[in-house]
Design a binder for this molecule. Structure first.
Ligand code: GLP
Length: 234
């Protein structure tokens, strides 16, 4: 059984439609606690949303972070700032990030998870990794996996090389599937023909750790927001 809903938009309308959907959500929940991804998928939405949606009362949590030095252009906090926050006229009340340089990473993960769990997440937006990861919950991650340090798989390391750094990260820290799946609402953003195969597998393979995104099918309020290219194999 699957609760997941799927909305498919023409490639050239995807940004408009998803941004409008987000604007409608924010009208209803202007003080939402949001967990947001970085990477290439949400970039155009962020550009549009920054100037059209009021985030002043929101609280934002970054979904994950790479094991890279502060200020590295491929860091998720840098990408979120570049793509979304720096373009806002009124910034969110609070932006919570994960610090991969914290002296005690176990404690850092606990701190972040506690903050998330204290008020929960109203909306978690996710991208889809080529290998089916969400956040940096790589294949092998259990549905109750905690917020933690993770070693990255080959395709994730390769893909992270596209984000503008001189070095590719080999590890990262991610919000756990446990916290992601506790979010009241989840949107999985998927665009491009290169994601068609993994999206099809996400929706059809048995639910399990071999493909962490499949766990979203058990969540009561998850919507896949795909463009026609990504949905071409459905
Ligand atoms: C990266 C990020 C994820 C992102 C996903 C897809 O590794 N850490 O948060 O959602 O993989 O990335 P992209 O949108 O660039 O394809």
């Amino acid at each position: 059984m699957s609760n997941i809903e799927i909305e498919i938009y023409p490639d050239d309308q995807w940004v408009d439609r998803v941004t409008s959907r987000w604007a409608a959500f924010m009208e209803k929940e202007p003080a939402a606690r949001l967990c947001l991804p970085t990477g290439s998928t949400p970039q155009a939405i962020y550009e549009r949303a920054a100037s059209t949606i009021d985030f002043a009362r929101t609280e934002v949590f970054v979904l994950d972070e790479f094991g890279l030095p502060p200020g590295d252009p491929a860091r998720c906090d840098e990408m979120l700032d570049r793509d979304l926050l720096s373009r806002m006229s009124r910034r969110p009340l609070n932006v919570h990030t994960l610090n991969p340089q914290a002296p005690d990473m176990t404690e850092e993960c606990r701190r972040f998870a506690t903050l998330v769990e204290a008020g929960g997440l109203d909306l978690t937006v996710l991208g889809l990794g080529r290998n089916g990861h969400v956040g940096l919950n790589e294949p092998g991650s259990a549905a109750n996996s905690p917020t933690r340090v993770v070693q990255l798989r080959g395709s994730t390391i390769e893909d992270a090389g596209r984000y503008g750094s001189d070095v590719s990260p080999t590890w990262g820290v991610t919000l756990g599937l446990r916290q992601i799946l506790a979010s009241r609402e989840i949107w999985l953003l998927v665009i491009g023909r290169h994601k068609a195969g993994i999206l099809q597998r996400t929706l059809t393979e048995p639910i399990g750790r071999q493909l962490p995104a499949t766990f979203l099918r058990r969540h009561p309020r998850t919507t896949v927001l795909a463009d026609e290219s990504a949905a071409s194999l459905l």
